[in-house]
Design a protein around this ligand. Structure first.
Ligand SMILES: Cc1ncc(COP(=O)(O)O)c(C=O)c1O
Length: 412
């Protein structure tokens, strides 16, 4: 008889993970990228070059770069962040992480404990929300408008909390192509957020992982770059600009904060080969690769918006995102997207129901997030047609569905 581990498990564990059962036919969930745009040839060439040149450094934990990550990758990031986001930092202010998810864990690990309070965009990244929930942190949702987090609501929340003797640990924002709403916070609003941060002594946690994927390429300076008082921790990722399975992200922060994070980063360094390949590839090709990727994503967004208009008509409302890989869609109030997601999954359509991406479960009940980067254009068309059928069957909307030809639209 096999040993039963259940009585040995420690208390407070999250529910067990479900077993991987393959990807759904129409896969609109997660933050996956466009398979056709992974620069495979360039990565092969970079891997060969870098391994031939310095493969033997793999004999050391941390290569010959120390625990903060491969030095040439940090140097690439310094150049890139200066050019694209206005951040002037040295390689010593960068810590390479295993995806920016590890960045979230490290920042939370040094700042948060049970009972703490943070401010967070009302609609936000599920991975950030579940982390806060698990840590027992009170996440105060700040509503968004077309320019992202509303700073008037931030001011009110900070004043209310102060009146109650609560000093939040940070203001978490995804200012540049917000997940899930796709908004970009303008420069004046960034300045106001920084003013509030300084006034109340509450740092800003800036999560900028979509900032490379802007349709018009106009990226505002990072909050980290604009800050006159320090007080900003910035995280980024190669997941969205190159490929998520590489699991390479980074933190930019003053050394004294990085030193605290390094002390709890107990993995003896993030995977080195990925870092070496990225440094080699990105130094030569990043600036040509990204516009090509962005063009492909923009095309898929157009296909998705057209398909929704065709299949749902006015029953699907959305604001066009400024970049990125997601569309945040409002369906009629009668639709419960938690229920819709279950019914759609049975029909092969995977989508993210709104309540999992929001602190306001009532507001987000009839909203959903669709990732358009991963499915092909043909799968987007067919997936949306299938979703419309399921939605009508379950909730009676959309009342009029597109004709049969459009449901069988050819793949492209
Ligand atoms: C806002 C945000 N932050 C962080 C992450 C984590 O990304 P990764 O760990 O792949 O860098 C994601 C992934 O979708 C995200 O949307």
């Amino acid at each position: 008889m096999s040993l039963d581990f259940a009585p040995l498990l420690r208390g407070g564990l999250p529910p067990p993970a479900t077993k991987y059962a393959g990807l759904s036919k129409y896969y609109f969930i997660g933050g996956n990228n466009d398979a056709d745009e992974v620069p495979v040839d360039g990565l092969i060439a970079a891997a060969t070059t870098v391994l031939q040149r310095e493969g033997r450094t793999l004999a050391n934990y941390g290569l010959q770069s120390g625990p903060q990550g491969y030095r040439r990758l940090r140097e690439f990031l310094c150049t890139k962040l200066k050019r694209d986001a206005g951040i002037a930092c040295s390689a010593d202010e960068i810590l390479i992480t295993s995806g920016s998810l590890q960045g979230l864990d490290l920042v939370n690990g040094v700042l948060l404990e049970n009972g703490d309070t943070v401010l967070i965009e009302q609609e936000t990244y599920q991975g950030s929300l579940t982390r806060l929930l698990r840590l027992g942190v009170n996440a105060v949702g700040i509503p968004l408008d077309r320019e992202g987090m509303r700073v008037d609501a931030v001011a009110t929340a900070l004043a209310d909390l102060k009146a109650r003797g609560v000093r939040p640990k940070y203001i978490y924002t995804i200012p540049t192509v917000q997940n899930p709403t796709g908004t970009i916070m303008g420069e004046a609003r960034r300045a106001e957020l920084l003013r509030l941060s300084q006034l109340y002594g509450v740092p800003i946690f800036e999560d900028d992982c979509y900032a490379d994927l802007i349709w018009d390429g106009q990226r505002p300076p990072a909050l980290y770059a604009m800050s006159q008082h320090g007080g900003v921790i910035h995280i980024g990722s190669f997941s969205k600009s190159i490929a998520p399975a590489l699991r390479v992200g980074f933190i930019v922060a003053p050394w004294d904060m990085l030193a605290r994070m390094l002390a709890i980063k107990t993995d003896a360094g993030s995977g080195a080969l990925e870092q070496m390949v990225l440094a080699e590839y990105c130094a030569a090709h990043f600036t040509t690769h990204v516009p090509q990727l962005t063009r492909a994503l923009r095309h898929k967004l157009d296909v998705l918006m057209e398909s929704l208009a065709e299949q749902f008509g006015t029953a699907a409302e959305f604001d066009e995102p400024k970049g990125g890989i997601f569309l945040w869609v409002k369906l009629p109030d009668v639709v419960d997207t938690l229920k819709l997601s279950q019914a759609a999954l049975a029909a092969g359509v995977a989508l993210n129901p709104g309540p999992e991406w929001s602190t306001d479960k009532a507001y987000s009940r009839s909203r959903m997030r669709l990732c358009f980067a991963s499915p092909t254009a043909g799968a987007i068309r067919q997936g949306v047609a299938t979703l419309a059928e399921v939605c009508r069957r379950e909730f009676g909307v959309p009342t009029r569905i597109a004709n049969v030809e459009s449901q069988a639209a050819p793949a492209s």
